[in-house]
Design a protein around this ligand. Sequence first.
Ligand SMILES: [Zn+2]
Length: 152
Amino acid sequence: MPRGGKRSGAGRRKVEAESKAPNKARASSILDGLALTDDEWKAQGHPDHATAEPEPRVADFAATGDYRQARKWWEASKACQCEDCLWRRDCLQPGPAGREARRYLWDRRDGHSVRNINHIHDKPIDLNVNLSMAEIVRAVRHRKQEYERSRK
Ligand SMILES: [Zn+2]
């Protein structure tokens, strides 16, 4: 009876964040992509897809700000959701959030250790993004329903 050899699942477990993190080549291509306009980026294989969400109409919102917000989320809901696009959207956020995401990719591209900051991305961010998006959409819909009910 053969003994020993490699047990499957033996040894140090691969760190999830590391296996999901973009490698050098992908990090540079995402960073290079930041120089492109949204239209140019879409043309490179990230087209919008159909969304089940109805397009928000100005008339449905009491406040212009609410409409603008809903419109922004709607646009995001039909955008490509591939990992590169999630990174692109992270990187293009205004303020420190975008800077952190870019710094992460720069480090990745240049082969620096990113251990000190990868707590930002060691969770399945795409999942978090989609969840919060769904919650936001639900909240907007709820508010819209409330508004319509109050008009009757
Ligand atoms: Zn994409």
